[in-house]
Design a protein around this ligand. Structure first.
Ligand SMILES: NC(=O)c1ccc[n+]([C@@H]2O[C@H](COP(=O)([O-])OP(=O)(O)OC[C@H]3O[C@@H](n4cnc5c(N)ncnc54)[C@H](O)[C@@H]3O)[C@@H](O)[C@H]2O)c1
Length: 326
């Protein structure tokens, strides 16, 4: 009888096998495939709980022969219980036989691939001379956003703000190794006085006012990733070049979902996808003075391509535990 084994990779294994440079590379390649329409990726499906939600996210990158699915939650009350807001597991499958090849922790992977998407977006959309980053929200996603930004731009100053002063202080200590000057902003408005603004909060009503965002800013809008969530005053979107990650997902659950429903913007206000920009189908930033917004909902192609990168490294280096399936 044929024996089947799965490679099981813990969060520690994943941390050892994935760094931000690697994540940026595979995530940019995944966006390229998306732009070239060489992926299968039904929009993520949601189960809504009283305290959060649970999503399944399948994807197949046809040219690379990578397929799998991520299961991930978002529970904003979790940190008070000592748990991350977002936790995940990724399963990678063989294209030829469908065999599950690996099961791995997807929590850190999610942080890293989300940071990498922000990095790729900023690389194509932020001004070349962007040096000041404003960050609203100092939780897990904020960390990897900054890691990625520091690899694509010469970041000198970071202005961080969060409703929790303790979280801000911890962020400042933990991110000191990046070597930028991290200052705690006096207010959200103060943090908006920057070249690249990153929003990573779970809020469901805008916290960034239109008048606070100056010309030439690039915004990575990361927090809104479910129906009804939004962080930016929709008037900001009205005067911005809006780049989404995926049409079905962004219109349903991205930063644009509420303004679209309310009729403040229409789908004609969407400039294109990050994949189209990465693939050179549409130009990224064209003027120093324009405001660009990357509306990130998080794509399964980011997850499975990052998981495949981790899996390949694990096999090469003999890391992980082989578990008998049958
Ligand atoms: N786009 C994507 O691909 C993607 C991926 C992962 C998570 N997310 C979303 O990003 C958000 C953050 O996730 P996380 O893992 O960083 O969570 P987290 O709990 O680690 O961090 C969120 C931070 O936002 C702060 N915050 C809440 N309300 C605020 C406000 N009004 N002003 C300033 N700060 C405020 C919290 O204190 C917390 O520190 C969630 O909405 C999550 O669903 C998006």
């Amino acid at each position: 009888m044929i024996r089947m084994e799965i490679l099981y990779l813990t969060a520690d294994d994943v941390r050892e096998l994935l760094d931000m440079r690697g994540a940026l590379e595979v995530v940019e390649a995944a966006f390229m495939e998306h732009g070239m329409e060489r992926v299968q990726m039904p929009a993520k499906s949601y189960l809504y709980f009283p305290t959060g939600d649970l999503r399944t996210m399948p994807a197949y990158l046809e040219s690379a022969g990578i397929a799998g699915v991520k299961i991930v939650n978002a529970h904003p009350g979790n940190p008070a219980k000592g748990l991350p807001t977002v936790m995940a597991v990724v399963v990678l499958n063989s294209i030829e036989t469908g065999t599950p090849l690996a099961v791995m922790d997807g929590t850190y992977l999610t942080d890293m691939r989300t940071g990498a998407a922000g990095g790729v977006a900023a690389d194509h959309l932020a001004r070349r001379d962007a040096a000041v980053v404003g960050m609203i929200g100092a939780g897990r996603q904020a960390r990897t956003q900054l890691q990625a930004l520091s690899l694509v731009r010469n970041i000198e100053t970071v202005k961080i703000v969060d409703v929790s002063a303790t979280t801000c202080n911890r962020f400042r200590e933990d991110m000191a190794e990046l070597g930028c000057d991290i200052v705690i902003a006096e207010s959200v408005r103060d943090a908006c006085d920057c070249d690249i603004l990153v929003t990573t909060t779970p809020v469901r009503a805008p916290i960034v006012a239109d008048g606070w965002v100056r010309e030439g800013t690039h915004i990575n809008a990361i927090g809104a990733d479910a129906k009804g969530k939004e962080e930016l005053d929709p008037l900001i979107l009205k005067r911005s070049r809006i780049v989404i990650d995926d049409y079905a997902q962004a219109t349903h659950s991205g930063e644009i979902n509420v303004p679209l429903k309310d009729g403040v913007i229409t789908v004609d206000d969407i400039y294109g996808t990050l994949g189209e920009v990465v693939a050179g189908i549409k130009p990224g930033r064209t003027r120093d003075s324009e405001i660009t917004v990357f509306d990130s909902t998080g794509l399964a192609i980011q997850d499975v391509s990052t998981a495949n990168h981790i899996y390949q490294q694990a096999v090469e280096r003999g890391i992980g535990t082989r578990l008998k399936l049958f």
